[in-house]
Structure formats: C-alpha cells, structure tokens
Design a binder for this molecule. Structure first.
Ligand code: NAD
Ligand code: DAO
Ligand code: ZN
Length: 381
C-alpha cells in the first residue's frame, strides 16, 4: 500500500547525545511538505564529518539527530511544487544545495548556496520544523540537510540531484561527499593544468581524490604526504608520482624544505586534506614563491586557527579554501558521473568495507582503522 502523503515508520540510527553510540531504532518520517522530497535511502557511507559531529565539538551539532550526508536512494514521494525530480528517480542527497536563484548561485563565483543554509545549520527543514519524530512524537533534528542514516529521509528539493538509473547506488553515495570534494578541489577550485606540480597532504578519500583530479589534468609531479605508510600503495594506484612520510625525514630536513627541494623552489598547488592547522601552514609554505596556491579542504577542530608569516602571502603565495570541491551539486554532478563511467574518476576503489545498516556503530569504529577509506551501509539490512 502506498505511503504517499502519510508518515512512514522505519529504521534509523539516532544520535541521542555526543560521544555515545548511535541507537538503531524505529522513527517516524513525515511526508514531504512543499518543495520537499522524501527519499528511500539505499546506500550510505560514514565520513569523518559524521564522527566529528557525533563527538560534540561541531558548533552546529544538535541532538537528538539523524546523522549521515553521503547517501543515495529513490524518490518515494514529493511535496507540492517540486518540479526537479519525480517519484522513482534515483538521487544523491546534497549537503551543498543549489537553488540557482540566490545571490550565491547567481554570482557564478561559488558553489555555496544561501537558499536553505540558515535552517540547515539549525537541523530543521526550511519551514523551521523537522520531519523526524520518535515514537512518542518528540522531534529529531536533521543533519547537513541530508540525514542519510535512515531508511527514509526528507530533504529540500534544492538539496538533491537525480542520476541515470544505469549507475548504481554505491558510487553515487560516495559522490555525495569525499570523492567529489577532492576531485572538484583539483579540477575546479585549483583548476590544475598540464605540467603543474602538486602536493597532497593526507591520503584519505579526499586526498586520494585530489590525486586523481591532478592526474586527470596531467600534473607533472603529484607528491602525497602522509604519516601512514599504509597509504603509499593506494597513493601510487590513484596517480601519485612520489610519497613522503614526514616521520621518515632526516634530522636535518623538514617537510617544507624537502618538498621545495623536490620541486626546484616549491609547488604550483598544495592541498590540506588532514584538518590539522600545522599541516595547513606547511602546505602553504611549500608553495612556490610568486604563484603557488594552497587549498584548505580539511575541517579543523572547533576553535583552531591558522597562522603563517604575512610575508609568505606578500611574496605571492595564495591561501584558499574549498567546500564540496567547488562543485555545484545539481548542475555539475552529471559531469562527475560521466568521468566515473569513463574510468577517469575512480569511486568504487574507495569502498574498503560493506556492512548491514544495523552495524553502523562498527562502521564508525572502522574510521579509526588506518586502512579504512569508506564503509558503505546497506539500509535494507
Ligand atoms: P581521512 O581521515 O580518511 O584521511 C586523512 C589522512 O590524513 C589520513 O591518511 C592520515 O593518515 C593523514 N594525516 C593525518 N595527520 C597527518 C599529518 N599531520 N600529516 C600528513 N598526513 C596526515 O579523512 P578524509 O575523509 O579523506 O577527509 C579529510 C579531511 O577533509 C577531513 O578533515 C574532513 O573533515 C575534510 N572534509 C572536507 C570537506 C570540504 O568540503 N571541505 C568535505 C569532506 C571532508
Ligand atoms: O554556506 O556557510 C555555508 C556552509 C556550507 C557548507 C560547507 C561545508 C564544507 C565542509 C563540511 C565538511 C564536509 C562534510
Ligand atoms: Zn542558491
């Protein structure tokens, strides 16, 4: 029997409080209101940002909530005035919305969108209420406009993109965050050109995706810097030309001087994919005088600040940042899916584990394992 227009009771993983395991339990998901879409989530992956918010240090973290922002599924029903998707469409949830009408979207200068930003940060839908309730009717907050750790979720119509049904749900779930973030930072934010030299600090899903973006652009040198030697083979598989472990440098060397020596004066582009502010400084200072650009992707712990001597910037190095790789989720995701289909963009290779949804807490534990990139959860099990 169709549930269109009615609440759905389904299984979700609730974060009731910081630093506690998620509770896998039944919740009620209300039908979508105007400009909203209810999605049956098929696959979702766990990312460090979910763990960051669960740890309680995220200033926007609210409890109880349904976490999760890397996920794909099927449109179950649509609210009034939804015109961009229809029931049955296969879709990716987007934490970076694209309305196409706000000052940000119309600027042509950024992929940030202002349309749902204020309510998204408060864990509610654009009308200020939630679509999630526990069995006693108490509201449960949304997360990053996505909340993919549930068999059903409701998102704003500007916060999802449809994809061709010939593409499966696992890679598209991953395109909802980490892979798109790194690849986009390389090909869009930095716009790496043939022959450029690149250093990537941190070889997780984000950093390795920067590597493959740099490779696709024909970078002449792609140096991965990581403290974990287990990341060496992966780095080369994704396209790195060199791997440096800062812990293995000689006493007389530091990572900045080592990189400058390896590249005859410094890099054209460096990327922080660690979230460590000391690494961010090294990444900036390893850039070539006069033109090198350093792109911050990593999310630092709350309250952390970056520092360098201003002369580093006076002498032409540029410090920038990138959210979701600068990719506009609705108008540009199709291009990334084409790159995936043509083999230019590896996505399946990031899946280092699969688990039933009921093992979601074990999937959070997987993140602490140095050889984990992404664990994908199947919401039907
Ligand atoms: P990850 O933990 O899988 O990878 C991080 C890597 O950095 C690991 O391989 C680790 O060994 C390495 N590392 C840690 N400290 C290091 C150091 N001091 N020097 C060198 N290497 C070091 O993480 P991920 O999923 O790839 O995400 C990377 C970062 O990007 C996180 O901070 C995440 O929150 C952030 N992120 C940002 C965006 C965005 O839009 N800006 C989107 C997604 C993720
Ligand atoms: O528009 O003010 C804004 C914020 C947009 C959200 C950008 C998030 C980037 C980093 C988040 C980590 C990824 C999961
Ligand atoms: Zn907008």
């Amino acid at each position: 029997m169709s549930a269109v227009g009615k609440p759905i009771t389904c299984t979700a993983a609730i974060a009731y409080e910081a630093n506690k395991p998620l509770t896998v339990t039944e919740i009620v998901v209300d039908p979508p209101k105007a400009h909203e879409v209810r999605i049956k989530i098929v696959k979702t992956a766990v990312c460090h940002t979910d763990a960051y918010s669960l740890s309680g240090v995220d200033p926007e973290g609210l409890f109880p909530c349904v976490l999760g922002h890397e996920g794909s599924g099927i449109v179950e029903s649509i609210g009034a005035d939804v015109t961009n998707v229809k029931v049955g469409d296969h879709v990716i949830a987007l934490y970076t919305a694209e309305c196409g009408k706000c000052k940000f979207c119309l600027s042509g200068k950024t992929n940030l969108c202002g349309s749902v930003r204020a309510t998204q940060g408060k864990g509610v839908m654009p009308d200020g209420t939630t679509r999630f309730h526990d069995k006693d009717g108490k509201p449960i907050y949304h997360f990053m406009g996505c909340s993919t750790f549930s068999q059903y979720t409701v998102v704003a119509d500007v916060s999802l993109v449809a994809f061709d049904k010939s593409v499966s749900f696992e890679p598209t779930a991953l395109l909802g965050c980490g892979v798109t973030t790194g690849y986009g930072a390389a090909i869009k934010t930095a716009n790496i050109q043939k022959g450029d030299t690149v250093a990537v600090f941190g070889a997780g899903t984000v950093g390795l995706s920067v590597v493959q973006g740099a490779k696709s652009r024909g970078a002449s040198k792609i140096i991965v810097v990581d403290l974990n030697n287990d990341k060496k083979d992966w780095s080369f598989e994704f396209g790195a030309t060199d791997f440096v472990n800062p812990k293995e440098l000689k006493d007389s060397e530091d990572i900045v001087s080592k990189l400058i020596e390896m590249t005859d004066g410094g890099l054209d582009f460096t990327f922080d994919c660690t979230g460590n502010v000391n690494v961010m400084r090294n990444a900036l200072e390893a850039c070539h005088k006069g033109w090198g650009q350093s792109i911050i992707i990593g999310v630092a712990a709350a309250g952390q600040e970056i520092a360098t001597r201003p002369f580093q910037l006076v002498t032409g190095r540029v410090w920038r940042g990138s959210a979701f790789g600068g990719i506009k989720g609705r108008s540009e995701m199709g291009g990334l899916i084409k790159d995936y289909q043509s083999g230019t963009l590896k996505v399946d290779e990031f899946i280092t584990g699969r688990r039933p949804f009921t093992e979601i807490n074990a999937a959070f534990e997987d993140l602490h394992n140095g050889s984990c990139l992404r664990t994908v959860l199947d919401t039907s099990t």
